[in-house]
Design a protein around this ligand. Sequence first.
Ligand code: ADP
Length: 284
Amino acid sequence: MPFFKIMKAVELKNVSFKYGSGENLAVIKNLSLSVEKGEFLCVLGENGSGKSTLAKLINGLLLPDSGEVEVFGSNTKDKKSVYEVRKKVGMVFQNPDNQMVATIVEDDVAFGPENVGVSSEEIGERIDFALKAVGMEKFRFVAGQKLSGGQKQRVAIAGALALKPEVLILDESTAMLDPMGRKEVMQVAEKLNDEGMTLITITHYMKEAVKADRVVVLHEGEIVVSGTPEQVFSRPEDLKKYGLDVPRATYIAEKLKKSGVPIKSGILTEEELGEELCKLFQNR
Ligand code: ADP
């Protein structure tokens, strides 16, 4: 998280939500959460815990039954600001194939800004900026179906960025990708966050939470665990209760540390653990 003045990007106050009006159970239950400007928040939780619903409540696609959702101070219930809120919160979903609306990459990225009436001159600039941000500028005139899954998701992120959002939500955006594609997308997301963008990722891949500033675990529509990755992953029993596991690299590093192997402390990515092990063997 880069240095910035503390400011609330997203604030949910006692939010409850259920689908339909009948006897259905609440999917989000009296949930309160605030995300600072520039923060990287990772939302974990097993299937059906309410993660996607939470994302849709944040960008005003769904409105709370009770409680308030504010994005940079604008309430999603306020009809005058719902359009503003949608512009401020960019979302990228799971399936890269469902998200491409045009055949050629640049037309796809231009789709959002065109729809909100951005001038054609500015659209050109936004395509430049957005494709550069995700490292896809060389693919500007390429047909979407020629891209790998990871590249398609980077184009989907570019499409969201072309609307100049303040907050980017990646809702299981790496779930359908191979490990390489997942890494590409996470690297782009982390770079954007380093540059100051507020980032919310929703995932069931534990290792994607390692770099977050804060992790929250959702269970049956409630936040049941919250803390830095280090705090959250040091309580594997808690995670197991909610159908989650610690990242494999964290698990291995902990086991090694407990048996006396001098591995650096903190939560390690797989790459960092690899480097630590190499150093140990080289120093033998
Ligand atoms: P997650 O993203 O954690 O998998 P969701 O927010 O998609 O969870 O779903 C939470 C709960 O809400 C689930 O029980 C799911 O079946 C239900 N649900 C999700 N979308 C709808 C919908 N459009 N209509 C009715 N129920 C839904």
